[in-house]
Design a protein around this ligand. Sequence first.
Ligand code: SF4
Ligand code: SF4
Length: 452
Amino acid sequence: MARKPVNPLAEALKQSLDYEELTNCMRCGFCQPACPTFTETGIEAASPRGRIALMKAVADGLMEPDQAFKDQLDLCLGCRACEPVCPSDVKYGHLLEQARDTIEEYAEHRPQVKLVRTVMLKHVFPKQKLMKLVGAGLATYQKSGLRWVARNAGIMKLFPENLRQMERILPDATPRGVVERIGEHYPAKGEPIARVAMFRGCLMDVLFTETNVNTVKLLSEAGFEVVIPRTQNCCGALHAHSGEQELARELARKNIRAFREAGVDYIVSNAGGCGALLMEYDHLLKDDPAYAEDAKWFAERVKDVSEMLYDIGRVPSFREPGMNNGEEKALTITYQDSCHLRNVMRASNAPRKLMREVKNVRYVELKNADKCCGSAGTYNLVQPEMSTQILDHKMEHVKATDARYLLTSNPGCLLQMKLGIERESISGSMQALHLVDFLYDRLEKKETGATS
Ligand code: SF4
Ligand code: SF4
């Protein structure tokens, strides 16, 4: 009898998938209602339980890792909403990363896709100097009139609709990051509570520099001395979620060296997607004897800015400007969770408590705020249909809040919320903002120890 040919990907998945973690799933289905792709499709294979069953079937040799298998893993947002609700504490995110990393090793991309992945993941994101060049290029495009030409001469029509939409909501870019704006050190206001290091991010520092600056100033107001290590780089989240674990590990090692030297009590992130990976550096480098201990040191210190301000710092005083208590109708705000901030960093209370601190503001809880908005890193670019479906459903709940400001804590979520507002044509009555920017603009006293 002829022997079945060996499928190298199947063999590799058998080796890389954590079998014990796969068998931890007791198939209870508690994760199903939390999963956006299951809610949208109703298909078992598009649920956490279904995807774990598919991975286990491959690991057991019962099925081949065919295109349908890969499609279901690609459709997963990686939002990890299935983890906090799981009674068996299945680490789904780790299983997904193991599978994606292995699939990527055997992937045969089209030459254009391969080129874009290599340029962006290996050369641009890891090097802050190149990110700055990207920032300079984008700023030139936005301010020189090139954007006007691209839009009005129909050049943008050559791009797919999702890229055209993204281009419309992109904030103003700049090559001047937070260090160029305020230096590497910012003193605490009053008696210092702790010395903290700020993680500035890669895209964050090019597209949302003002948010980084405001983060430092808020930390200072709350009593923290802030340092911004210049040699830090991208966290590696995009790499880890795109099946490039080794590149993510390399970036993690560089960050650990940069922050170890800074000698700080906490490492502060203002982006849920980055913070979640920084917090898991210990897992990422668990098999690297030279870095495992330092990675643990690093991971234990990672906090979101909202936790620093509310749980550890002296909470500053915030007030909606131009309004006195009770004299005018309170401003309504709402909040969309960043999935990784909520499900991995488990920080969903501190942002809400901070918003409730702002005088003359009415906080309204957004229905299903804990469900992904469809942004999920590059998901809205590579899975535009599902991403748009999820976003449109999200916006139905957003509109029901009647809020003036829709706040969030991650750049990807913020762009997605801006996109939702644009798609619904409600930009005249609603604005999406990072929580940090909203709070900074409402600080009752803004005087801090250094210049901007
Ligand atoms: S909740 Fe956890 S144990 Fe239950 S089916 Fe989902 S992953 Fe498996
Ligand atoms: S990570 Fe999100 S999309 Fe993927 S299975 Fe879990 S809940 Fe569903």
